[in-house]
Design a protein around this ligand. Structure first.
Ligand SMILES: [Zn+2]
Length: 85
């Protein structure tokens, strides 16, 4: 499978996972996985520990709750990490 097809499929799975009772419970009174600050439900985002672009999947064991800032920072860190490979 191509990376693009993999990402597309896993993004769809992530969309469904966000609607799940499991995720909804998780973002209730959640705190950011990275900076540990407490989050309102509306500020909670889903982050893939192993990014989809690196073969990560949208499964419970690979997603964490984090704030928008950490999610954005992590995403912008990726290209740098790629350069270090
Ligand atoms: Zn954070």
């Amino acid at each position: 499978m191509t990376t693009e097809a993999h990402i597309k499929k896993e993004k769809e799975k992530a969309r469904l996972l966000r609607k799940s009772r499991w995720w909804q419970n998780k973002i209730n009174n959640a705190s950011c996985h990275y900076c540990k600050r407490s989050l309102k439900k509306s500020d909670a985002t889903m982050d893939h520990i192993v990014p989809l672009s690196r073969g990560g999947t949208s499964v419970r064991g690979n997603v964490v709750v984090c704030c928008k800032e950490c999610n954005t920072r992590k995403k912008s860190d990726l290209p740098v990490e790629e350069l270090l490979k």
